[in-house]
Design a protein around this ligand. Structure first.
Ligand code: CUA
Length: 189
């Protein structure tokens, strides 16, 4: 059988493309770790989350320290993150490992922190777990990227990453004025 030269070129190009596509998918799933929401976070009753009687930290969401690790409990519901939305941003220290445990009180939401690779679906009945470390202090946007209802486009918030020394100060001396904190800092040195 006689195969024309151009035929061979196009055949080669098509095979290259297919191999390339398979390689990018393999890289995405193995190299970068892109995948479906795992079940490592465990299951939870969405109704109990809605009623605030799960008997877990989700009844009082926020940042806690578990075994020396910062863990952020976040409840997503139409159309806000608690904490995260409005005047209750998620506050975490820079340079520390932070684990986000996110669940939904109603429908499927998304949890994506802009400029980071923190990005997961939030499924009612399930706890999504994502770990990260913020190296740079600053304010990061937080958005819901799964269509969740009429006001989906308004569902967002922010993550405030503060320098670690400042963070501890806020935790421990939350009522002290800046001057007192300054004096404390000098006394410590
Ligand atoms: Cu929540 Cu879109």
């Amino acid at each position: 059988m006689q195969v024309h030269r151009f035929e061979k070129v196009w055949l080669g190009a098509a095979i290259l493309l297919i191999v390339g596509f398979i390689a990018t998918i393999a890289y995405g799933s193995v190299g970068v770790g892109v995948g479906m929401v795992g079940d490592s976070g465990g299951q939870i009753s969405a109704e109990a989350v809605q009623n605030g009687n799960t008997g877990t930290q989700f009844d009082d969401p926020g940042v806690v320290k578990e075994d020396g690790q910062y863990v952020v409990y976040v409840v997503a519901r139409q159309f806000q993150f608690s904490p995260g939305t409005g005047d209750t941003p998620i506050r975490v220290p820079a340079g520390e490992n932070v684990t986000f445990r996110v669940t939904s009180a109603d429908v499927v939401h998304g949890f994506s922190v802009v400029e980071t690779n923190i990005n997961t679906m939030v499924i009612p009945g399930q706890v999504s777990e994502v770990s990260a470390r913020f190296n740079e202090p600053g304010t990061y946007g937080l958005i819901c990227h799964e269509y969740c209802g009429a006001a989906h486009h308004t569902m967002g918030g922010s993550v405030e990453v503060v320098p670690p020394e400042e963070y501890d100060m806020q935790q421990e001396n939350i009522d002290q004025s800046a001057d007192d904190a300054q004096a404390q800092e000098e006394a410590d040195q």
